[in-house]
Ligand binder design. Structure first.
Ligand code: GCU
Length: 835
């Protein structure tokens, strides 16, 4: 009996919810047994390993898992009852005759009808058929059994991901463990994860993956790796996902042994033609190349005074006979510009680089443009180059891996950011020119165009390092197919597929996710100032001190009185003038510039009044308090779902949300202290620099600990922390409770460095309140920092602790490795207070 109970328990729980299946879990849907789901499947053309045979397997597996009912395979001639008919348009027409709906099918499109006698899934091509199968399954998995009948076509042909995987197995800007494609210089032998990834992507109708870093290593082209590339492509092919690679422009010289990589040298051209031909022998359906040239020290044609078009076209010609495309990045800028020059501006770089090149690229080149002119900041206007290039195909590049937006340790649902850019009307020739219509090719009548999403999927079972972050990959795919979709609708599909259809689960996660981007913007950089992260180091925590005075150009130009980049034509860098006239005029004029881009385009006094009536500086202070407060609420919201989410994912997300809540306070205080310090203008509400519930560690009685001046100073409360006197010491910091007796949430702020796992104990009145270990590096999915700074600053909170005035407070810290058990402060927070 006990055995039976256990077995049943296992069946109910099913596979571990470790995130590996993403939104393709096919969880059982209560009541679906009674839904009219066919019991047979007729597959019209299923060659082994083709996307249609994948579709068949997915349908069989998915329907069994969702409804509990098995479906049987039948040939068209032997079909006895309601069936799923699966095939491409051509084979369907052959068996069943034509249908008017099918004439509307475009490349990769599909027709799904559940209304007739059968469920009909007909793709324009095999890949489209697979997309149709996934769409049908997505509906069933969400408990949506309503009849439907429609043609679904993509808005753009290019819907790719860019993976920035390095040959050594690391991933540039990846926050979820090592690469799924490479290890120790070579393509991995085991391609299981590649196939699993392709499956997730195919369900989003993504049709291409660039497998390696844009900062490309030419050794990708050695013989062993060429074979490996073939293996990876084989693993993706059943999902209709085509493989592409990023190239290093100097490969003919650095890898091929030629004396030059000059694109106008015939030997260089011949070298690329040859290697391209070899690649197509291994991967006959290779998608193409991605090229980052003359940017951030990467080689390119400018080295030889050739144009970027000369460079791009060299690859285009090699790819042309094979049908491949070149994604040529517009991310070209000089990172040694002079900050003392009022008119220099990194945001001008791309358009300056491409200004004479409109119409000069071959027709299988697509110019790949980051959404904003700078670099994936929390708020940027669309890049002006979208409306400047009329005779080139273009694609928008977005970052699913939030390099500047919390690195998947902060919940930031990105679809609203992308949507805002995609819906922005660039007013080219004073005509409607939304970014989405430019990159789809419609606005300027281009055959090619589309979407590139930098994902950073790693070997972690969550793929991105956090379960909630998968909403971003999901939303990216959905928007790349159809940018008219609403981010909240997309999100809710994802929630139902990922966590089930419980109404409280759906509404709670919806609320958290929809508030997450505004919250992050509020506690990072407001009013278009940029993300204010540490641009010279890891781009994670706050460090507004180093945004200015370096060649990287993320400047905010904050001085004692004023702040913001003057990008006007009349007085600044002229960047506003790179837009089409109507948009240029809007940004040139401070009155018509939206508040959220004010500091992007204008340099103003801190006392400048916003349209809201607040001053810039007070807006900063308030927004940082509001954003950090929202991050605290995400924890309670998530906790309200306990019991409704499986334990593994519940605990995992809870850890991340608690981390974010603590780190949001680090952000809030660091940025506010910075502006208070630089401007000297106090917060109207008296909060900034005033923390009555805190006891600074450096003010406690120290034994085996010493005071340490943290850099940047804004990373520590009171600018200082304590560290153990040596790396093998156990230190104690003691003080007495000066607050009234009562119940408090007790928070300890400390620093968790990556090379060590220090141990801590907090005791109050001789009772142990809690013990913890500085082991976030193993839990966050990535390793924030080697130093005591705003990346490693963390908080742990013990709820509802009873304390009496005068109680002895003792924190014990035992150093480990390079981690000297650093402590910043302890807070005694009365109910409802966050500080
Ligand atoms: C950012 C990022 C780099 C990346 C670059 C790019 O600057 O920090 O890691 O190489 O973008 O997009 O090429």
């Amino acid at each position: 009996m006990r055995l039976l109970t256990l077995t049943l328990l296992f069946i109910t729980l099913g596979a571990a919810e470790d995130g590996l299946q993403g939104w393709l879990r096919y969880a059982a849907v209560p009541g679906s047994q009674n839904a009219i789901v066919p019991s047979q499947i007729v597959v019209l053309n299923a060659t082994e390993g083709s996307p249609i045979s994948t579709a068949q397997q997915e349908l069989e597996k998915g329907i069994k898992s969702i409804t509990g009912k098995a479906i049987k395979r039948r040939s068209a001639a032997r079909q006895q009852s309601r069936a799923i008919i699966l095939g491409t348009r051509d084979t369907f027409v052959k068996h069943y005759g034509n249908m008017t709906a099918l004439s509307g099918l475009e490349e990769d499109g599909f027709y799904l009808s559940t209304e007739g006698a059968d469920v009909t899934i007909v793709g324009h091509n095999e890949r489209g058929t697979l997309y149709g199968a996934f769409e049908y399954l997505s509906r069933l998995a969400q408990g949506n059994f309503a009849p439907t009948s429609a043609v679904h076509n993509p808005q753009a042909p290019i819907r790719w991901t860019n993976e920035w995987d390095n040959l050594d197995g690391s991933i540039e800007r990846g926050y979820a463990g090592p690469s799924n494609f490479f290890r120790n210089g070579f393509v991995v032998d085991n391609v299981t994860r590649t196939a699993e990834y392709a499956r997730l992507l195919a369900s989003l109708r993504i049709n291409g993956v660039i497998i390696n870093n844009v900062n490309a290593n030419a050794s990708l082209l050695n013989d062993r790796n060429l074979d490996g590339i073939g293996r990876l492509a084989d693993a993706m092919r059943p999902y209709g996902v085509q493989l592409g690679i990023a190239l290093n422009f100097a490969s003919p010289q650095t890898f091929g042994g030629l004396p030059t990589f000059d694109p106008s040298d015939p030997k260089v051209d011949a070298w690329w033609v040859n290697i391209t031909n070899v690649l197509y022998e291994k991967v006959p359906d290779m998608a193409g190349y991605l090229v980052k040239a003359n940017s951030e020290d990467q080689p390119g044609p400018l080295t030889y005074n050739r144009t970027l078009a000369d460079g791009g076209n060299m690859f285009a010609k090699a790819l042309k006979p094979h049908g491949g495309v070149v994604m040529f990045r517009a991310f070209v800028y000089d990172h040694h510009i002079s900050p003392t020059n009022w008119t220099s501006d990194r945001a001008n770089g791309a358009l300056e680089a491409f200004q004479d090149l409109d119409g000069k690229f071959d027709d299988n080149v697509v110019v790949q443009i980051k959404y904003g002119p700078l670099d994936f900041q929390v708020r940027e206007p669309p890049s002006p180059i979208f409306s400047f290039l009329r005779d080139e195909s273009t694609a928008i590049e977005v970052q699913v891996t939030p390099e500047y937006l919390g690195q998947n340790d902060h919940l930031v649902y990105l679809a609203p950011l992308w949507k805002e850019i995609l819906e922005f009307d660039m007013r080219a020739d004073s005509q409607p020119s939304k970014v989405k219509d430019i990159v789809s090719g419609k606005r300027f009548k281009r055959k090619l165009g589309g979407y590139a999403g930098v994902v950073g999927a790693g070997a972690n079972t969550t793929w991105l390092g956090s379960h909630l972050a998968m909403s971003n990959l999901y939303a990216y795919g959905r928007l790349a197919w159809d940018a008219s979709l609403d981010p909240q609708d997309i999100l809710q599909d994802w929630i139902r597929l990922t966590f089930g259809c419980d109404e409280q689960v759906v509404s709670t996660i919806t609320d958290m996710a929809m508030r997450s981007l505004p919250a992050y913007e509020n506690y990072s950089g407001n009013l278009g100032v940029g993300t204010l992260t540490d641009v010279l180091y890891t781009h994670f925590g706050p460090n507004p001190l180093n945004t200015d005075n370096n060649g990287w150009g993320f400047w905010q130009r904050a001085d004692h009185d004023s702040i913001g980049m003057d990008r006007t034509v009349k007085n600044g860098t002229g960047n506003a003038g790179q837009y089409a006239p109507e948009v240029a005029q809007m940004f040139e004029n401070i009155e018509t510039t939206p508040d959220n881009l004010l500091l992007w385009f204008h340099h103003v006094p801190y006392t400048q009044k916003l349209k809201s009536g607040k001053t810039v500086i007070q807006h900063f202070y308030d927004a940082h308090y509001e954003g950090a407060a929202a991050a605290q609420e995400f924890v309670t919201q998530w906790e309200s779902l306990e019991g409704k989410i499986d334990q593994e994912r519940y605990e995992n997300v809870l850890y991340e949300q608690k981390f974010q809540a603590g780190h949001a306070l680090v952000w809030r205080d660091a940025i506010n202290d910075f502006y208070y310090n630089v401007s000297g203008i106090p917060d109207d509400n008296g909060r900034v620099g005033n923390h009555p519930y805190r006891i600074e560690a450096e003010k406690m009685t120290l034994f085996g600990y010493k005071t340490y001046a943290v850099k940047p100073f804004i990373a520590a409360s009171g600018s200082a922390a304590i560290i153990t006197t040596s790396n093998s010491t156990t230190g104690t910091a003691t003080t007495n409770v000066t607050f009234a007796s009562g119940t408090y949430d007790v928070a300890v702020n400390y620093f968790d460095l990556i090379r060590g796992k220090a141990k801590y104990q907090l005791a109050i009145g001789n009772r142990t309140v809690g013990e913890w270990v500085g082991d976030a590096e193993g839990k966050l999915g990535h390793e924030p920092s080697l130093y005591l700074d705003a990346h490693s600053a963390m908080r742990i909170t013990f709820k509802g602790v009873s304390v009496a005035r005068g109680d002895l407070v003792r924190i014990t810290g035992q150093a480990d490795g390079m981690e000297p058990a650093p402590l910043d402060y302890i807070s005694f927070l009365p109910p409802g207070v966050v500080d």
